[in-house]
Design a protein around this ligand. Structure first.
Ligand SMILES: [Mg+2]
Length: 280
């Protein structure tokens, strides 16, 4: 029998594999570089919420922001525009963060609030908002009897959370959601961490929202930092490209468009504290 050619070698170091994600440098080992890129005004520090500022919780409502991190965001606001780019809806994320004066792109960027209070939604999104309750009801009906699945209806998207669904039932949840989407072809299902997001099938995402925010604020992409952990954050990494500073939060390396990596929310808080100290 042929032996697999890409198995880990005996010394313990895995042999390189063409499908392996490239190892990303730790952002904490490159604070000088990151701060140097943020040097000058105006500048923006933009952050995802779940999995970036708070650990992913068993239920979304349990993802409470640590008081120390909230205080850190308030301090960062004195040296940069601080923004949150999230799949959560506007009211929920503003409650969870509890800091005034932030830029917030909620609902995957379909709803944007600037620090001056100016709020915009994506042109054309209202046709999706008009059927969102019907989509939510259809999802509720389709998921009836499937343990642990929870439907969250937002202004422009519906999230199906299944973190508490037994593994054996996850395929049934996905199948049920697929059936729902067939009746609402103007939406598409985008996978996240133990969540399926039913989003308008239009070319708008977290990356579009990020660019809209920095353009509105007159911030150069070179002086923009974005940190996120999920598949949807890749759109924001790609939008900034090589010009911005992009950081993936992930315990294990994975394919990403980000430039640096942090392992967890604790490392995110450490980096943000270091950035604040260095910018003051
Ligand atoms: Mg996240």
């Amino acid at each position: 029998m042929d032996r697999p050619t890409q198995s880990p070698n005996q010394a313990g170091a895995p042999a390189p594999h063409p499908m392996d994600a490239r190892p990303l440098p730790s952002a904490l080992a490159h604070t000088d570089e990151i701060v140097a890129r943020l040097n000058g005004r105006p500048r923006a520090i933009l952050l995802d919420y779940d999995g970036t500022l708070t650990p992913i919780a068993a239920k979304p409502e349990l993802a409470i922001l640590d008081a120390g991190v909230r205080d850190l965001l308030r301090r960062l606001e004195t040296v940069a525009t601080v923004g949150i780019i999230t799949g959560r809806d506007m009211a929920t994320i503003r409650n969870l963060i509890g800091v005034d004066g932030l830029a917030v792109a909620s609902d995957h960027g379909f709803d944007v609030l600037l620090p001056d209070g100016h709020r915009t939604t994506v042109p054309g999104a209202e046709v999706y908002g008009a059927v969102i309750d019907a989509l939510g009801s259809a999802a509720e009906t389709a998921l009836e009897g499937l343990e642990g699945a929870m439907v969250e209806v937002k202004p422009y998207s519906v999230a199906i959370h299944f973190r508490q669904t037994p593994d054996a039932q996850v395929a049934a949840v996905e199948a049920a959601v697929g059936d729902v989407i067939r009746d609402f072809p103007q939406f598409r299902a985008a996978p996240g961490k133990k969540v399926l997001e039913l989003r308008p099938d239009m070319d708008w995402h977290k990356g579009s929202a990020l660019l809209a925010i920095i353009e509105a604020l007159g911030v150069d992409p070179d002086r923009t930092l974005f940190i996120g952990d999920d598949v949807t954050d890749e759109d924001a990494f790609r939008a900034l490209g090589d010009r911005g500073t992009t950081i993936l939060v992930a315990e294990e390396p994975r394919q990403t468009a980000a430039r640096y990596r942090l392992r967890n929310t604790g490392e995110v808080a450490r980096l943000l504290a270091q950035i604040y100290d260095r910018l003051t």
